[in-house]
Ligand binder design. Sequence first.
Ligand code: ZN
Length: 140
Amino acid sequence: MNHFTGANNHLLVLNRGEQLHQQLELFADKHQLKMAWLSGLGGADSLTLGYYNLKTKQYKWQSFNQELEILSLTGNLSIVDGHPFWHIHGSFSGPDYKVIGGHVKSLSIGLTGELFITPHGADITRAYDETTGLKLICPL
Ligand code: ZN
């Protein structure tokens, strides 16, 4: 991982083989980030996406073990149970140019990962929500 600090933000460049969530968690710990916004692009060589079914309150997971363009990653950071939690969604394409996307459970970097992180000062966390069955953003 390479890190470049801006005026109020960070540029992270991830290398082939690095795990997206692991690197982001390390970065949040190191820089004591509590809330932040993420955007990014690059290439993946494997990933697992989820689709959340509100009726069953369960994710349907699917893994893709192929080189894919990372068209767009967007996400946010909150602190859950004392640990950084990155919630990330993404869209991806392969050689047929068709787009797939969803909730990003895991992603191994292929070509590169170019991530832009903007810290935010809000004191938030996530708490279980009965209606959705998910941990949603709420005040700390
Ligand atoms: Zn999600």
